[in-house]
Write a protein that binds this ligand. Structure first.
Ligand SMILES: NC(=O)c1ccc[n+]([C@@H]2O[C@H](COP(=O)([O-])OP(=O)(O)OC[C@H]3O[C@@H](n4cnc5c(N)ncnc54)[C@H](OP(=O)(O)O)[C@@H]3O)[C@@H](O)[C@H]2O)c1
Length: 290
């Protein structure tokens, strides 16, 4: 999405750019004021939005953006976690749910759902999701309480008054998703349009606030019909959040799915593979010492 310029309004990176949003690695050196980590710690993180660059042998990063990796995860598995798990956590933190409430996660059979389902369960929520039928057992094992095969069943005919919706599919599904949400409920989208509230929360300029208020108005209006809230999020770095994720992973032994592992030299092949779709998990660049 960065290469194609699809998110340039949100993260206006200039090229040439060292790409790469997330990583796992070993702490090699510490800055003077670092207190939370020691040389040799195995850590992972989402690179700060203002300066990415994880496709590299070394990365310099603020200690507040990283956390220690749960021991049971291999490096390849751990590298799958930060971006999607933090996205799920940040969406749920925005919803601020109470245990016992219900969330619908659209497209929960994807890589985001694999993190969002167990994270939502850790908040004590009842989780309903939909997606590709062949993944029903897997998502139920992740903790989903109810599942709809999107090719066979229209969830909107079966569900109503849910407390929260986590949308991963965007415009094509949003109208229906607002339809199953209770009056006053909260919908957080990862795929819809940013709105004015997003620009404000992200500390963006007045110009961007205006622009996003215009492009997001359609969904703000849909939400206003039943006093619901519409939010868009773009995942940002957060070491404390990742520490919470590490704890949830440690307790629940959540599995991460690795699709293909490439070497750093094969970065262009790796990017092409992602662009060609059909992902069964994360595509990894493995960087070795030789
Ligand atoms: N805003 C952010 O910060 C942020 C962060 C991370 C991800 N995202 C976005 O979140 C979205 C989801 O990411 P992902 O990694 O989970 O994608 P993914 O791995 O490609 O998964 C998408 C899943 O949705 C299913 N699906 C497709 N059409 C559907 C429909 N109409 N109803 C229900 N399920 C359907 C797919 O099943 P089949 O394959 O069987 O069709 C697949 O399992 C992406 O658009 C990504 O860009 C945003």
């Amino acid at each position: 999405m960065i290469i194609k310029g699809e998110v340039k309004m949100i993260v206006p990176y200039k090229f040439l750019l060292v790409m790469g949003n997330e990583f796992v690695g070993i702490v090699e050196k510490l800055g003077e004021k670092v207190e939370r980590f020691a040389v040799g710690d195995r850590v992972y993180g989402r690179m700060p939005l203002g300066r990415i660059g994880a496709f590299a042998e070394y990365a310099a990063i603020d200690e507040n953006a990283i956390a220690k990796v749960p021991e049971y995860l291999s490096d390849e598995e751990a590298a799958c976690v930060p971006l999607t798990a933090l996205t799920a956590l940040q969406a749920l933190q925005l919803m601020d749910p109470k245990a016992g409430e219900t969330i619908f996660i659209s497209g929960g059979t994807g890589s985001l759902g694999a993190m969002a389902i167990p994270v939502a369960k850790s908040f004590g929520l009842t989780v309903v999701t939909n997606g590709g039928g062949e993944s029903e057992e897997r998502v139920k094992n992740l903790g989903a309480d109810k599942f709809f095969d999107y090719k066979k069943t229209d969830y909107s005919a079966e569900l109503s008054n849910v407390d929260y919706v986590l949308d991963t599919l965007g415009d094509r599904e949003l109208q229906k998703e607002f339809g199953i949400l209770k009056r006053g409920g909260v919908l957080v989208s990862l795929r819809g349009m940013p709105n004015g509230a997003f620009a404000k929360r992200s500390g963006m300029s007045a110009v961007k606030w205006f622009l996003f208020s215009v492009v997001g108005r359609k969904y703000d209006k849909m939400a206003a019909e039943k006093e619901q809230q519409y939010h868009f999020i773009f995942v940002h770095e957060d070491g404390d959040g990742l520490e919470r994720i590490s704890k949830i992973f440690g307790e629940r032994k959540i599995e991460a799915s690795v699709d293909t592992v490439y070497s750093l030299d094969e970065v262009n092949e790796a990017l092409k593979k992602i662009a060609s779709g059909g992902s069964k998990g994360k595509t990894i660049l493995k960087i070795t010492d030789n």
